[in-house]
Design a protein around this ligand. Structure first.
Ligand code: HEC
Ligand code: HEC
Length: 587
């Protein structure tokens, strides 16, 4: 009762500000108390685009303000509204960060989002006043009421095999080394990786590719008889039931990484019998079963927990194996699942350690590093050929090798992982040593220590990072800062809003400017600074490295070609040296 009275107080404040025809709405809002937040306050915060940064992956993800997803149910929004008490000062509501940050009364990473003296600010203040009066006990009660009211759990998305998992799985299942998934449509990166369920749609063209691949894989497997030894018995007739009944469950277990259900078994049995009888050929029946299994959702997706989660042990075996080996579980993991050996954390750990001690896990780790640090983008970098004469694929390959060497050294040598960013040493080929201005190590990718006073350190000093974030002619502090936010701080920066004109001021012989100065022009603009202040200054700190990773003390800019006003003759473009400011910061 007390709560609804207070709420009414808070509400009336908004009503007074919002104008005449709101009295009716006030009545309906009191009927269900914290709908007030959903109906009146949340839209204000939505309009101010707080969620752009304050989400689970956003640049403000480390703060206490996390917006629910755009399609959140009212209860989740209510719970969020109550959780904002964390940024409310109960003794002095006007000093609350929830008021002072978005109105830029104190420095705020997101800048001024809500103007002082407006109805929006008043709405926010009314919510702050309400939260300030809630006792911690009230708050907990309200939150737990919302929790218990929450409907069925959200549907979980199912991940499918990544292309590399597909290649490795058919290799281990069928002995097929042709890497069919290399021909599939390219995968999307989401949150930096290709294994994120939300990023794994199955467009018709991929479904088609799965079908074609399964036909080809099955045909290849039995082209010259059962050369891979996939059938565990010798068939005495085209429809030998005993051999069929061994093959289907044994192979099925490996293909879907859990025991087949009775329904699946009988389906595959019928399929086998029809074909083998018709063609009078045992292996023709087997081939069709294999083809069908390769098209089964249980093969293509991570559904190892089985219908209703009945096969949790197999689910764990598969998770271990795809995580640490990037491929299907081996016979030992499947055996352990059958024996229920993944019941205890200690046992799972024992298996994980055994698995990490193998070449497969090193390969899987390199695959992970390649995705995390975007080797695809390093290898695809292009540079203006006139400016960078010896820029070629082999140089790019040694850049990715350098990063791989450092991370292998840290992980498999059980080193302090912070050295990823602070290492005062690296692993260089002769070509890279030349690029860095260092002596080459005696053998390629031997360790090289940076000279005292060198500003190069860790992966942010690697040519690969410095190259992939550059463009063909110049560095991009924006791209470097964005990469650090996204790949290393795991925060997503929202894309530029539609309609912003991203052209920077042009440079001319009269007005030569460094990239920093050109970007500075829009960092000063409020429409741009809310995002760019969070990105560009990180990159400014790396301006001492050019866009292939060489040291530089000054930057040489090329001014546009000019026409002489009197003679109309074209003057050659000019090169001008400018000093560099390499101070950076992170907000
Ligand atoms: C462009 C990105 C961005 C937007 C948009 C944004 N913020 Fe922020 N906000 C930040 C960052 C970054 C921080 C952390 C650094 C700081 O405190 O300034 C922050 C901090 C805060 C904090 C302090 C949180 C804490 O745990 O101390 C509050 C409160 C806050 N923001 C409220 C808001 C509100 C309300 C809105 C919308 C009206 C909003 N912000 C919009 C980036 C943003
Ligand atoms: C909502 C956040 C946001 C706002 C607001 C914003 N930008 Fe950006 N901007 C980005 C992001 C993220 C990138 C990098 C990704 C991209 O290029 O799409 C970017 C890239 C750029 C680039 C390219 C830099 C390079 O080296 O690649 C320029 C130039 C730029 N923005 C200018 C502006 C200007 C001018 C404004 C204001 C009128 C503005 N932006 C407003 C987020 C924003």
């Amino acid at each position: 009762m007390r709560r609804s009275v207070e709420l009414l107080g808070a509400l009336l404040l908004v009503v007074a500000l919002a104008g005449a025809q709101t009295a009716q709405r006030a009545n309906s809002a009191t009927a269900s108390d914290d709908r007030f937040f959903v109906d009146k306050i949340y839209p204000v915060l939505e309009a101010a685009e707080c969620r752009m940064c304050h989400n689970d992956n956003g640049v403000a993800s480390a703060t206490r303000v996390h917006f629910p997803p755009p399609d959140a149910k009212p209860d989740a929004i209510r719970a969020f509204g109550l959780a904002l008490s964390a940024v409310v000062d109960r003794n002095n509501p006007d000093a609350s960060l929830l008021l002072r940050k978005p109105t830029a009364r104190v420095a705020h990473g997101g800048g001024e989002r809500i103007k002082k003296g407006t109805g929006e600010e008043a709405a926010l203040q009314s919510w702050i006043a309400y939260l300030a009066k809630l006792t911690p006990a009230d708050l907990n009660a309200a939150l737990s009421r919302l929790k218990s009211d929450r409907g069925p759990a959200a549907t979980t998305l199912v991940r499918r095999l990544t292309h590399s998992q597909y290649n490795n799985t058919v290799r281990d299942l069928l002995g097929d080394f042709t890497r069919p998934a290399d021909q599939f449509p390219q995968e999307d990166y989401l949150h930096g990786f290709t294994n994120q369920a939300e990023g794994q749609s199955i467009p018709p063209i991929l479904a088609e590719a799965y079908t074609v691949a399964s036909e080809k894989l099955a045909a290849t497997a039995f082209r010259h008889g059962d050369t891979q030894g996939l059938v565990p018995c010798k068939a005495s007739s085209p429809s030998d039931a005993a051999c069929r009944d061994r093959f289907i469950p044994e192979f099925g277990l490996k293909a879907v990484r859990r025991p087949l259900t009775p329904l699946e078994t009988s389906g595959y049995t019928t399929l086998f019998t029809q074909t083998a009888t018709q063609k009078k050929d045992f292996l023709a029946g087997i081939q069709l079963v294999v083809e069908a299994m390769l098209q089964s959702p249980s093969f293509l997706f991570h559904l190892e927990d089985g219908p209703n989660g009945a096969s949790r042990q197999y689910g764990i075996a598969s998770r271990l194996s795809y995580f640490l080996w990037d491929t299907m579980p081996d016979a030992e993991l499947l055996r352990a699942a059958a024996a229920g050996e993944f019941e205890t954390a200690a046992n799972i750990r024992k298996f994980a350690l055994r698995m990490m001690d193998t070449p497969q896990s090193r390969r899987a780790f390199e695959g992970f590093v390649g995705q995390w640090t975007r080797f695809d983008r390093v290898l695809g970098s292009v540079r203006n050929a006139r400016q960078y004469t010896d820029f070629n694929p082999s140089l790019l390959a040694s850049m990715t090798a350098e990063t791989k060497h450092l991370l292998n050294h840290l992980v498999w040598g059980y080193k302090n992982f912070i050295e990823m960013f602070s290492a005062d040493y690296t692993f260089l080929s002769a070509r890279l040593a030349q690029l860095y201005g260092l002596d080459a190590p005696p053998e390629d990718f031997g360790v090289v220590k940076y000279p005292a006073g060198s500003t190069r350190a860790g992966i942010l000093g690697h040519a690969g990072f410095l190259t992939l974030t550059g463009n063909p002619t110049e560095t991009s502090p924006t791209a470097r800062g964005l990469y650090v936010r996204e790949n290393f701080l795991c925060q997503e920066v929202p894309p530029p809003p539609p309609g912003v004109d991203p052209t920077l001021p042009a440079v001319s012989a009269e007005k030569p400017m460094t990239t920093r100065e050109r970007l500075g022009a829009h960092v000063g603009n409020r429409n741009c600074s809310s995002c760019h202040n969070l990105i560009d200054p990180i990159g400014f700190g790396l301006e001492g490295f050019d866009n292939v990773g060489r040291f530089r003390e000054k930057v040489t800019i090329r001014t546009a070609q000019l026409r002489d006003a009197v003679t109309n003759a074209q003057t050659a473009s000019r090169y001008i040296d400018l000093p560099l400011d390499t101070k950076g910061y992170i907000q």
